[in-house]
Design a protein around this ligand. Sequence first.
Ligand code: NAD
Length: 513
Amino acid sequence: MSQPTLQEALKSLSIDNENAGTWMGVNAHYSDKKIPSYSPVDGSLIGYASFTTDEQYEKSIIEAHKSFLEWRNVPAPKRGEAVRVFGNKLRDQKSALGLLVSYEMGKSYQEGLGEVQEMIDICDFAVGLSRQLTGLTIKSERPEHFMMEQYHPMGVIGIISAFNFPVAVWAWNATLAWVCGNSCVWKGSEKTPLCSIACQKIWNEVTLEMNLPKNLSIILTGDKNIGVKMSQDKRIPVVSATGSTLMGKAVGEKVASRLGRSILELGGNNAIIITESADLKMTVTAAVFGAIGTAGQRCTSTRRLIIHESIYDKVCNSICDAYEQIKIGSPLNTKNHMGPLIDSDAVNNYLQSLKDVEKQGGKFLLKGYQLKGESYSSNCYVTPSIAEVENIWNVVQHETFAPLLYVMKYSDLKEALNTQNNVPQGLSSAIMTNSMQEANMFLSASGSDCGIANVNIGTSGAEIGCAFGSEKETGGGRESGSDAWKAYMRRVTATVNYGSELPLAQGVEFDES
Ligand code: NAD
């Protein structure tokens, strides 16, 4: 797939310099307050979006609810048909949207394409799902009765998403929510507003061509205050929030206080256990891609390597050698392996973590720094770091959203598993081993406590077919494949009496005489 220029991509996606903040269906609503979108790639201004006002917010929720009332009565396979058409439009726009993702967020063009592919994949999944929204039938204890479970849509689904997956996470939520019969309001990250607008415009084409209810998708643009409003809003029965643990705790608390449902997808602190029998070549590739891919800004990025003491020096040397080969620069140039961090705050957080590592007594095998000069015009480029640390240190227990990799030794697998699990977060984990016993111990109930447990694969990158997410401070939510769709539906237990008597459950007698 040939790489378009930025201008070609923006034209194909109908993104101008000025863009609306709120899109109710096909109608754009502007406001006076603007959000500029600067590219971390070269620091240039891509365009403006405008903040959603309070008045626009109110109208949006009302309109989204009206569309839900219509949509819930459309047969599910027909709803799936709309998602199929959306998926085909994404196929047509894959290179343009992939380029915008890369330019606005800073991940490589290949990863931008991968993110759009993930959207296409979840569309395909949702289309199939639209014919498989099944419920159980259960035998009744009463004669001439039967019982079944039915799933019905919840209403307006609120989606709050992070900057690092500016399009795919929305699609994971929205496509499933739509086939289940809901409408969606989406607050994307204020750091990537144009990606949200591009997605809405593609969906708008489906709305017009298929004459769908106008407001099945609405985007709300702005800072965290819109997310706070959504969390408090009783008209939004489900809030799906992806981002930091700090954000998730705030959203979770507010949604719970009104007895709403939240789906929380939060931070990770992902480790690879590297055993004596690990294949060194596969291990180095998995660790390096996991740690520096997307400049360490994936929720599944590899943060910690727990290495058997007998191969510790060999593994560390091989990984340091691989790091020496890493080319850092524009993510639009396919020769580069690592692009920029999202903004200067992210750079400062990274540099602060390096200081904290030093303060706690860590030893750097490679110490990162900020890259300056003409080729790094955005001030967002850094070099990656590798540090020897102890797992219990404060800095290690926190997620630094940057290319900072920790290494530590172990002598016994149980000890390695304890170390791996001894962090507040869950999410992703991996073991590199050729021992069946070790692999199965890692996957057992007393093994990895993460929602994602990989054998001979790194921690980052997941397919849409399975449910994604984890417990502990990762939030407990599940999105994407498997039965994650149930989170967007309410369950009804229906009992039908086809006889002419009225027997009570548990044999209770009710004598009217
Ligand atoms: P962030 O928490 O700063 O922001 C995420 C979103 O939440 C943004 O849209 C933001 O405006 C909104 N927000 C912030 N505070 C809020 C509040 N109090 N109430 C409501 N909304 C609020 O995260 P980020 O910097 O954009 O993304 C990086 C983080 O996201 C990392 O911690 C990463 O691990 C996590 N992440 C997790 C997953 C996952 O699936 N588990 C996926 C992607 C990113």
